[in-house]
Write a protein that binds this ligand. Structure first.
Ligand code: SAH
Length: 211
């Protein structure tokens, strides 16, 4: 099933209206069919601006949040390696794979890790490495990363992730508990880590261990 042109144009126009400006990010969002990552019963809602359930009490983030987080870590000429914590259904992973040379994505729920891998394999995206592990540890073997993105919210920023960020590396993450979370953008510089807070958000919590 291919994205209908009209639906696609409205989808991208909505992202623009919500403030997404980066042309490469918008092109990427228009090139990946979100419906591929969604259960058949919910597919008619694939291009609404909503978060949707993907099973195992998890959700695919809203298109705006996916675009916004991607835009925040985008830095032309500094797009080698990205680490994603929380593969989920793999939609954000696919967007990242069109923009970065290599994506390392970590998921703690085995069923989601396997399912997303299958879909992205069907889409013939070959620059993605899938890891079934606890994302609190990051993924040392492939570090350092130009960018790190968390799609589940920890209560505090894991030190291991800061360590695995390269100089000039960017990190975007939701931070806080279930009641109140904010999106933060970090940048590692020679003198330390700059931190900027963005919008209030609602993500599933980052959990320990693997299942
Ligand atoms: N980007 C995903 C978002 C899925 S929701 C999507 O668009 O589908 C967040 C995901 O983070 C869930 O799949 C959840 O299982 C995963 N997650 C939560 N804690 C984690 C951890 N410690 N390590 C790895 N993944 C984690």
């Amino acid at each position: 099933m291919e994205m209908n042109e009209n639906i696609k144009n409205t989808f991208i126009e909505n992202l623009r209206k919500q403030g997404i400006k980066n042309k490469q990010v918008l092109d990427s969002m228009s090139s990946i069919s979100r419906e591929m990552f969604i259960e058949p019963a919910l597919r008619m809602r694939a291009y609404d601006q909503d978060a949707l359930p993907i099973g195992h009490s998890q959700t695919i983030s809203s298109p705006f949040i996916v675009a916004k987080m991607t835009e925040e870590i985008f830095e032309q000429d500094n797009m080698n390696k990205v680490l994603e914590i929380g593969t989920g259904c793999g939609y954000q992973t696919a967007i990242l794979a069109t923009l970065f040379k290599k994506v390392i994505t970590v998921e703690r729920i085995k069923a989601l890790h396997e399912k997303s891998q299958k879909i992205l394999h069907e889409l013939e995206m070959k620059n993605i490495k899938f890891i079934h592990a606890n994302g609190f540890d990051g993924y040392e073997n492939e570090s350092p990363y130009d960018a790190i993105i968390l799609t589940a919210a920890p209560k505090k920023i894991p030190d291991s992730l800061i360590r695995q960020l390269s100089l000039n590396g960017r990190m975007i993450l939701p931070l806080g508990d279930d009641g109140s979370q904010k999106l933060f953008r970090l940048k590692k510089t020679r003198t330390g880590v700059n931190k900027k807070d963005l919008d209030d958000v609602r993500f599933v919590p980052m959990l320990d261990g693997v299942v």
